[in-house]
Design a protein around this ligand. Structure first.
Ligand SMILES: CC(=O)N[C@H]1[C@@H](OP(=O)(O)OP(=O)(O)OC[C@H]2O[C@@H](n3ccc(=O)[nH]c3=O)[C@H](O)[C@@H]2O)O[C@H](CO)[C@@H](O)[C@@H]1O[C@H](C)C(=O)N[C@@H](C)C(=O)N[C@H](CCC(=O)O)C(=O)O
Ligand SMILES: Nc1ncnc2c1ncn2[C@@H]1O[C@H](COP(=O)(O)OP(=O)(O)OP(=O)(O)O)[C@@H](O)[C@H]1O
Ligand SMILES: N[C@H](CCC[C@H](N)C(=O)O)C(=O)O
Ligand SMILES: [Mg+2]
Length: 498
């Protein structure tokens, strides 16, 4: 690409040097810089990319984008673009180098505290059922239309994200379903990406370590919708909003007259509404009223919260051109989302579920859902992540204590923290509940499954699909599902892999 064409995409830029340069790629990492590669200096959370400009020049880059002007007496061979926000510029250029691939696909994005992964999986399933090829990216997996690999972040940085979208388009994907994290919005990872459907699931406490307050966390989420309203990038996005959630309702109201909105929920003032929910251990059914028509939805998912995920997915698919009738038919075959209310098996009459609940609200919902299956006792094994939102620890303790008959507090990625120090913070929320501390997660899982009686349900919460446990000095392989299968097998041969 010619630098002049790239620079023309920016409205606020001061250029020093020649724009007549041919470029083959863009990077924000000096270690990947080189001749013909444009280097964007990004102020990071850990280090400042501006400190690596010299390294990029040494490597052979001759075009620099930075948030300050070119220093005096700088080499005249270098072209310097002074911009107010280099993360934004990185996103714009990353998209340009991939021919704005998102313009060629129907793009659905999901944000919210809980339900993003589940909803994104459902939308992906609906897109694939209609179009055969569709991309998926989020916390668990990245599917570029040809191959599927484990994900490393919920919403990748703009460069990786736009390259991935380029691959999806090249592989013939007609649509892409993706998670949009608050970090992703805040750090401009999705700037310069047009959406056809922008879904909001809910907002409850999490990530206060990063955002500081719930207000700022909400503002980050809301800013995505505000930006889409101001600059839809040539697409016609539909905001798909859970209006049973107070924050969702606020967003929906603020968008009136600015963006088309599909409201969903159980309430009457909705475009996609659920009614008459019936649940069993294997799945659910409910009546869907969508744009004046009624359908019976049968889905192999459990939990009232999953009704919201299903409504959001069906509404978003509709915004992408898939009719509710077609979605309802496909939903009956929805896949198991790894580690989301996953039924691991049973032995001696006790059943085990693994679920990714790692926020107070998710834990409350997970316990309520399993309680509705009328277990003799609900036994919950959980912990809280280290180096993450500390304020949620006692709240998760309270949610588990109130929702279960017995709790086992254990470790969940202690990271640099002392496992027992995290557990003590959780204990502050336990009130008078019956609980036991078993800091070793493997021991917690095996001893609970061994001790469970006929009719009990064991919920192992917090890690879901994760395959590791992170400590200060090491990361070990760890999969709740494998440990649960092992304990079930040891207890009896009746345990089945689902
Ligand atoms: C704290 C945080 O959010 N960090 C993210 C951020 O990193 P950063 O840009 O601040 O990186 P940095 O290390 O300070 O480096 C700054 C700049 O210097 C450059 N550099 C650095 C070293 C060098 O030698 N040369 C050089 O040029 C870097 O390439 C970078 O451009 O931007 C990167 C690219 O977008 C992210 O990969 C990275 O995520 C880290 C790995 C992370 O753990 N993030 C978590 C908190 C996160 O984002 N989670 C969310 C939500 C999860 C959920 O709820 O599901 C997610 O979306 O995954
Ligand atoms: N719509 C929902 N409302 C409330 N809780 C939910 C909802 N959907 C799922 N959950 C609960 O939250 C957990 C996480 O769900 P999911 O992975 O779909 O969310 P997420 O938003 O992608 O989370 P993360 O940000 O950590 O990736 C589930 O295991 C379940 O316990
Ligand atoms: N996306 C979430 C994942 C938390 C999962 C839990 N197992 C933990 O490690 O805290 C986060 O980064 O807060
Ligand atoms: Mg997720």
């Amino acid at each position: 690409m010619i630098l002049r064409d790239l620079a023309a995409k920016l409205t606020r830029v001061t250029v020093a040097g020649s724009l007549d340069q041919e470029l083959s790629a863009v990077t924000d990492d000096s270690r990947k810089a080189g001749a013909g590669i444009l280097f964007v200096a990004v102020r990071g959370e850990v280090v400042d990319g501006h400190d690596y400009i010299d390294k990029a020049l040494e490597a052979g880059s001759t075009v620099i984008v930075a948030e300050h002007a070119q220093p005096r007496n700088f080499s005249t061979d270098v072209t310097w673009l002074h911009v107010p926000d280099s993360r934004y510029v990185l996103a714009v250029f990353a998209s340009a180098f991939n021919g704005d691939a998102w313009k060629d696909m129907a793009v659905a994005g999901v944000t919210g505290t809980n339900g993003k992964t589940t909803t994104a999986f459902l939308v992906h399933h609906l897109m694939k059922s209609q179009w055969h090829r569709a991309g998926l990216l989020g916390t668990v997996t990245v599917d570029d239309g040809e191959t599927e690999v484990a994900a490393t972040s919920t919403t990748p940085g703009s460069l990786e994200l736009q390259n991935l979208l380029g691959r999806m388009r090249d592989h013939g994907c007609r649509g892409v379903s993706m998670e949009v994290s608050s970090h992703g919005i805040d750090q401009q990872r999705i700037a310069s990406l047009g959406f056809d459907a922008a879904i909001f699931t809910n907002l409850t406490q999490d990530h206060l370590d990063y955002h500081g307050t719930m207000e700022r966390y909400f503002e980050a989420k809301k800013s995505w919708f505000d930006k889409l309203a101001d600059n839809p990038l040539g697409k016609k996005p539909v905001a798909v909003i859970n209006v049973d959630d107070a924050h969702g309702l606020e967003i929906a109201e603020s968008l009136e007259g600015k963006l088309p909105v599909y409201r969903f929920g159980f309430g009457v003032h909705t475009d996609f509404r659920a009614n008459n929910l019936k649940q069993s251990a294997r799945g659910m059914e409910f009546e869907l009223t969508a744009k004046g028509k009624s359908f019976l939805v049968r889905a192999p998912l459990i939990g009232r919260f999953n009704v919201y995920n299903l409504l959001g997915a069906i509404a978003a698919a509709s915004a992408c051109g898939i009719r509710p009738r077609e979605s309802v038919a496909a939903i009956a075959e929805a896949p198991q989302v790894p580690g989301r209310m996953e039924n691991i098996g049973h032995a001696g009459g006790a059943t085990v579920f693994v679920d990714y609940a790692h926020t107070p609200d998710a834990l409350e919902n997970a316990c309520r859902t399993l309680r509705e299956l009328n277990p003799r006792r609900l036994i919950t094994v959980f912990g809280c992540g280290g180096d993450r939102d500390r304020a949620k620890r006692p709240l998760m303790g309270a949610a588990a204590a109130q929702g279960s008959d017995i709790c086992i507090i254990t470790s969940d990625n202690p990271r640099s923290e002392e496992p027992m120090a995290i557990i003590q913070e959780i204990e502050k929320g336990m009130g008078g509940a019956t609980y036991k501390v078993i800091a070793d997660r493997e021991e917690a899982i095996s001893s609970v499954i061994k001790a469970a009686r006929a009719g009990d349900i064991v919920l192992i919460a917090g890690k879901g699909h994760e395959t590791y446990q992170q400590f200060a000095d090491r990361t070990i392989d760890f999969d709740d599902r494998k440990h649960a299968w092992k304990a079930l097998r040891e207890r009896s041969e009746t345990a089945e892999r689902p």
